[in-house]
Ligand binder design. Structure first.
Ligand code: NAD
Length: 382
């Protein structure tokens, strides 16, 4: 157990680059390889001005838990660069991406450590990184990075994977609590990759999406929204709040509105000791990472509100990353249908395992998920 408290390896290094104006600059790079008892280290690389070692370590541990919760044969790691990508040119970001790989090439690889995109990194970043890695090592499996563009070995279905996985988790909890789609309402905070894909699936399955939001504000309509229509307005005019004829709210107010399922899909620390008691939903489905603080968790559990934890609810993303890695190693390319048909049983089994632990030990779902994951990791370490 003690061996799980600290990462196996920490890499901290400088990435010196020549900027477009010919000045020299150096950026701090990180990779934390937390635990690989269950398989190669797996986790994203974040470009952000606030990246530091403590944050990367915490996120790496989270990945160890997440891969164990869904039972895919991978460990956990995380990386980052302390940089504000909004202040840099694309050519400079490419140099940083290649510089990160030049530093880490001896320590990553298809059977060693498989990074992916995270905040402010994307398929293009992975393409640069893979290209640099191939030049240095001559490896052609393309399995060292996931989240790549399809034509560079990326997987079909990755775009909607996290929302889809969240939807499978919704179907499971709905069955346990006897929530019928036609009489259940959902609020989705955040209309990005995860929130939007989830909202479309839930809407198509018959759930009523009564509230939605983005960084500019929120809208509520007890009669329900069609998320595709809202997304169209957001694209045309800039925000969901530009949708006419419905109630406009702040993001804080949205979380306290009437609904059966509240799905935070934006930022961390949205449900806190200040607002958890005002939540009216019977389920919080954590599509975002870390939207509920520990104090809020306790308040929700005391109110008998089920929190489906992030390590389960948004694990569809890492599961499809695992599929990408697996396809690259086998030199295969699966159809979207194949990918989604493999995702469903993995998500559903993970839910059932956690539910069983919850029933057996009368613990909330997050504690049950952590207990199950730690058991799996320790047994692999032994
Ligand atoms: P995204 O950038 O595509 O979308 C984020 C959305 O949140 C945007 O609609 C943005 O307007 C909105 N937002 C920002 N600030 C807000 C605020 N204060 N209130 C309400 N909405 C706000 O990001 P994403 O990829 O959809 O990720 C969302 C969450 O899911 C993050 O916590 C991320 O870590 C987590 N997650 C994502 C994936 C993935 O595959 N994309 C996988 C696992 C976890």
């Amino acid at each position: 157990m003690n061996k799980l408290k600290e990462p196996n390896k920490v890499h901290e290094f400088d990435i010196p680059i020549t900027m477009d104006d010919n000045t020299k600059k150096s950026f701090k790079g990180y990779r934390v390889q937390f635990n690989n008892a269950r398989g190669p280290y797996k986790g994203g690389i974040r470009f952000h001005p606030q990246v530091d070692l403590d944050e990367v370590k915490a996120l790496a541990f989270w990945m160890v838990i997440k891969t164990a919760v869904v039972g895919v044969p991978l460990g956990g790691g995380k990386g980052g660069v302390e940089v504000n990508p909004k202040e840099l040119k694309e050519t400079e970001l490419e140099k940083i991406s290649r510089g990160w790989v030049a530093e880490m090439a001896d320590h990553i690889g298809p059977r060693v450590d498989v990074p992916a995109p995270d905040i402010n990194t994307n398929p293009q970043t992975m393409e640069w990184m893979l290209d640099e890695y191939e030049k240095i090592t001559n490896d052609t499996t393309r399995a060292t990075f996931t989240g790549k563009p399809i034509e560079s070995g990326g997987s079909e279905g990755r775009e909607q994977a996290t929302g889809q996985g969240g939807f499978y988790a919704l179907e499971e909890i709905a069955q346990k609590l006897d929530l019928k789609p036609e009489s259940s309402s959902i609020i989705v905070q955040g209309l990005g990759n995860v929130g939007y894909n989830f909202a479309v699936l839930a809407h198509n399955a018959g759930y009523k999406i009564v509230g939605m939001s983005d960084s500019k504000g929120a809208i509520y309509n007890a009669g329900g929204f069609d998320p595709e229509e809202i997304q169209k307005i957001k694209k045309e005019k800039g925000s969901v709040v530009d949708f006419e004829g419905v109630i406009k709210l702040t993001n804080e107010e949205l979380l306290e509105q009437e609904c059966d399922i509240l799905a935070p899909a934006a930022l961390e620390n949205q449900l806190t000791s200040a607002n958890a008691a005002k939540v009216k939903a019977s389920v919080v489905l954590e599509l975002a990472n870390g939207p509920t603080t520990p104090k809020a968790d306790k308040i929700l559990w005391d109110k008998k509100i089920y929190v489906v934890p992030d390590v389960l609810a948004n694990a569809g993303g890492v599961t499809v990353s695992y599929f990408e890695w697996d396809q690259n190693l086998k030199n295969q390319h699966w159809t979207e249908q194949e990918v989604l048909s493999k995702l469903e049983p993995i998500m559903k089994k993970a839910f059932q395992d956690i539910w069983k632990a919850h029933v057996d030990h009368n613990m909330d779902l997050r504690t049950s998920a952590f207990m199950l994951a730690v058991k799996r990791i320790i047994s692999a370490m032994k």
